[in-house]
Design a protein around this ligand. Structure first.
Ligand code: CP
Length: 311
């Protein structure tokens, strides 16, 4: 396995499947039903230069549930970044302090840069509008939990496909498992052309549309996303597309019974709370699965075997 997880290209399909198997075995530890101190003595650096609730907390939960410990960068405004310290220098310090690091940064490419600067493993927790591969691991885990497989599913991705890093990483991974992808967005927020070209060159079956309601009956998975207000160059452009897709329980009448709705969260108004009580809603389970996915990843990167696993 590569030293770092920067994009899904760092993992083979076999490595993904193995991580998901490991994540499954770690469910009792993630739920606190079993104490499994596999990472005792290990220290995780949580380096979040952008806001986060789930990614930061689930990394911390994962490390602590496995007996390890965590140091946090904390509020960026209280760090020496405000004195002008470079990301390179900051990460060189972390390389000495900790055994592994999760990094979220507003600049696309920052995780690769940090990975090159460090000898410890860097896990990309989101780099600008680039990638979010640890989110993809938990998304894949949740999909496999629901269907027992990843192969051949029909997955609709909805909302901000331009700036949404979760869908950039997830589309690459699902295409490798022969899923059919439907990209649903207004034209201003369409999936970047280079990603579509890359997916198509690799044989992915892709449909592009603006019609969410029309795509519901055929979908196995509907992956909703928030419009990424913070990435728009100007507020007027955001206002034009804000609130463009709002899924409510009434919209789901024609959906397949087993169809699941995912969302990386946080949501704003894309999913009405009345969807939460339908059989289709899986986004809170999905957020919980961030703990097992990140447990499995840290064990693998730190070379720690999981009881019942391959190594
Ligand atoms: N899904 C996700 O990345 O959530 P946070 O921004 O809260 O970490």
């Amino acid at each position: 396995m590569n030293k770092d997880l920067i994009t899904m290209d760092d993992l083979t399909n076999e490595e993904i499947s193995s991580l998901l198997d490991d994540a499954d075995r770690l469910l009792p530890a993630a739920r606190g039903e079993e104490y499994l101190p596999l990472l005792q003595g290990k220290l995780l650096a949580n380096m979040f230069f952008e806001p986060s609730t789930r990614t930061r907390m689930s990394f911390e939960t994962a490390m602590k549930r496995l007996g390890g410990d965590v140091v946090n960068l904390g509020d960026v405004k209280s760090s020496s970044a405000v004195k002008g310290e470079t990301l390179y220098d900051t990460m060189r310090m972390v390389d000495g302090y900790c055994d592994i690091a999760a990094l979220r940064h507003p600049r696309q490419g920052a995780a690769q840069y940090a990975g090159d600067a460090c000898s410890i493993s860097i896990m990309n927790g989101g780099d600008g509008a680039g990638h979010h591969p640890t989110q993809t691991l938990l998304d894949l885990f949740t999909i496999r939990q629901a269907f027992g497989r990843l192969d051949g599913l029909k997955v609709a991705m909805v909302g901000d496909l331009r700036y949404g890093r979760t869908v950039h990483s997830l589309s690459h991974a699902l295409a490798r498992f022969d899923c059919e992808l439907t990209f649903i967005s207004p034209s201003q927020l369409s999936m970047p052309e280079e990603i579509i070209e890359d997916l198509t060159a690799n044989g992915a079956k892709i449909t592009v549309t603006e019609d969410l309601l029309g795509a519901i009956p055929d979908a196995d998975v509907i992956y909703m996303t928030r419009i990424q207000k913070e990435r728009f160059p100007d507020e007027d452009e955001y206002t034009k597309v804000a609130g463009i897709y709002k899924l409510s329980a009434d919209d789901l009448a024609g959906a397949k019974g087993e169809m699941i709705i995912l969302h990386p969260l946080p949501r704003v108004d894309e999913i009405h709370p009345d969807v939460d009580v339908t059989r289709h809603a899986r986004y809170f389970e999905q957020a919980f699965n961030g703990v097992v996915a990140r447990m499995a990843l840290m064990c693998k990167l730190l070379g720690v075997g999981i009881p019942g696993g391959d190594d």
